[in-house]
Design a protein around this ligand. Structure first.
Ligand code: GDP
Ligand code: MG
Length: 441
């Protein structure tokens, strides 16, 4: 949440219900935040109208204050718009299941084709064939050959003098004869939408009858993503979206635009240039990112208000200087949560579904979990805390034994730490920085 937004949340606290007047300022802030995140204007308008509809006159429940309740509505609506649950690739058809990749040039189609091949091979044990119908750039066909080899997928040769539909027919034929489970078809992109491109991909679709038609879109594309998505949706029955380059510094508003405009689920997110840089799309996490890390910011705010300013400032300074966030920092975060009288007191500050969902039982379990994590980090040497990458199998066994836990618990903690570290990196220069500066100053 932006600074101003959290201030407004406080302002309208204490009033019993959400009304037209107390909500107007906040909705204006939400609108600004969405536009700043590069969500397309028509999508923002629709979204605000829906939130207003849901919020007006709603009785504020229990301990939730109106401001927090509204933020809850915003978050829920964001997550709902973005799609809930996990949508893996649909392969429910007579093999070979054909997957057609569509999108602009540079969106990441070729890279993502190979990432999907690897996903299907390693996670779903499929026999995968790739083919390029990009006849305009010989380099593009070679590129697919290279990355397919990295993925361990077979690549079906094509040449620039062939027609895309002929390539498609030949590859489909080959895939059938050799009992492939999946055929991934990479296509040509253009720098902008044009009719010839749309006709070509429509023809490919007719010939291939794909079970998945995936629209690949660059998360950094911002406002333009909406127009591109609209054009592709009109030309093709899209079954899913892949959002690439989410490792970039965009606030990711493209996700909301593209999802709202196409109605297709976002299935995966590209997280690096590497072949394993593909993750199942996490709608809730992404929603948080669009609004500027709502709950993390709230958490930091709580830390600042309550406990140990010196610690918080140290952390702020670290984030600011770009120095690495290590396990010591992670430990001090965990300890601060504990000092604040446990998680229950934090609930007030968390304006998300999380707060609404957490029950007492969840809380005491979470508190035991915190104690366990502390134990694990305490069993590490100072060097290991500074350089977690040192912690390989034998060290893990020693740490687990020292803390009286299983090696899986150590792994889980390290994973969680990595996610936090990742977030810290992403927040540099973002909304949190402003907050941190205010605290530090
Ligand atoms: P295509 O023209 O749609 O086939 O796009 P490419 O697959 O050739 O990708 C264009 C550029 O984007 C390449 O330099 C890729 O390495 C890069 N790229 C693709 N996906 C990602 C991603 O998720 N993260 C990052 N950082 N780079 C990506
Ligand atoms: Mg390509």
């Amino acid at each position: 949440l932006t600074e101003k937004l959290s201030r407004l949340v406080k302002q309208i606290s204490g009033q019993a219900r959400i009304t037209e007047s107390n909500v107007a300022d906040m909705l204006r802030e939400v609108r600004m935040a969405l536009l700043e995140a590069d969500v397309a204007l028509p999508v923002v308008r629709d979204f605000i109208a829906r939130v207003k509809d849901k919020a007006l006159g709603q009785e504020v429940m229990g301990s939730l204050k109106p401001g927090q309740a509204l933020v809850g509505i915003v978050n829920r609506e964001l997550a709902a718009t973005m799609g809930e649950g996990v949508a893996d690739l649909n392969l429910a058809t007579q093999p070979p299941a054909v997957i057609l990749m569509a999108g602009l040039q540079g969106a990441g189609k070729t890279t993502t084709t190979a990432k999907l091949a690897r996903h299907l091979i390693t996670k779903r044990k499929k026999k995968v064939l790739t083919v390029s119908a990009d006849v305009y750039r010989p380099a593009a066909i070679e590129q697919l050959k290279t990355v397919s080899a990295q993925a361990g997928a077979e690549w079906f040769p094509s040449t620039p003098d062939q027609k895309p539909v002929d390539i498609a027919r030949a590859a489909l034929d080959y895939a059938k004869k050799h009992y492939f489970d999946v055929l991934l078809v990479d296509t040509a992109g253009r720098l902008a939408i044009d009719e010839a491109l749309m006709r070509e991909i429509t023809e490919l679709h007719a010939v291939l009858n794909p079970v998945e038609t995936l629209f690949v879109v660059d998360a950094m594309q911002g406002q333009d993503a909406a127009n591109t998505a609209k054009a592709f949706k009109e030309a093709l029955p899209l079954t899913g979206i892949i959002l690439t380059k989410t490792d970039g510094d965009s606030r990711g508003g493209a996700a909301l635009s593209v999802r709202a405009i196409t109605g297709a689920p976002i299935k995966f997110a590209g997280t690096s240039e590497k072949i394993d840089g593909l993750e199942v799309f996490d709608a809730e996490r992404h929603a948080g990112r669009i609004l500027g890390m709502g709950d993390i910011v709230a958490l930091v705010e709580q830390v600042a208000a309550g406990v140990d300013m010196a610690q918080a400032q140290k952390l702020a300074a670290k984030v600011k200087s770009g120095a690495s966030f290590d396990l010591e920092d992670f430990l001090s975060q965990i300890q601060q949560v504990k000092q604040m009288g446990g998680l229950s007191s934090l609930l007030d500050k968390l304006p998300t579904q999380m707060a609404a969902k957490a029950s007492e039982a969840d809380l005491s379990r979470a508190e035991r979990e915190i104690a366990r994590k502390q134990g694990i980090i305490h069993s590490m040497t100072p060097l290991e805390r500074k350089k977690p990458e040192l912690i390989k199998a034998s060290r893990k066994r020693r740490i687990a034994a020292g803390a009286g836990v299983q090696v899986q618990d150590v792994n889980r903690l390290l994973k969680e730490f990595e996610q936090m570290q990742d977030m810290m990196k992403k927040m540099q220069g973002g909304g949190l920085m402003k907050l941190m500066k205010r605290m530090g100053g």
